[in-house]
Design a protein around this ligand. Structure first.
Ligand SMILES: [Zn+2]
Length: 103
């Protein structure tokens, strides 16, 4: 959904948790949600219904997306933050990004 209706829908969904990340809240953290995530991904046939959404922060969204699409991920990053693709320049170890530069 795009435009005004999509914005309203997003706002309404975020308001359900006072704009906070549900996954962090379960762990006792208070983090603002930035993403309305589909629990059953639309790409995998999930419904675009409020009951199929949850509010997540960037980190949680990355985690759950990796879980949901992990099996079929081409590209993307591993738990260490490095690309999974062995041919990616970062994994060739030549010039480029120093190891452990992640904040
Ligand atoms: Zn979170």
């Amino acid at each position: 959904m795009r435009g005004r209706a999509g914005q309203d829908q997003r706002k309404r969904r975020l308001a359900r948790t006072d704009g906070l990340c549900e996954r962090c809240e379960e762990k006792g953290f208070t983090v603002f949600a930035t993403v309305v995530d589909h629990i059953d991904p639309l790409a995998l046939g999930g419904s675009d219904d409020d009951s199929n959404t949850r509010n997540l922060c960037d980190d949680c969204h990355r985690d759950v997306t990796a879980e949901q699409f992990g099996h079929q991920a081409v590209g993307g990053c591993g738990a260490d933050g490095l690309p999974l693709d062995p041919s990616h320049p970062w994994n060739r170890g030549a010039s480029g990004t120093p190891q452990g530069s992640k904040v």
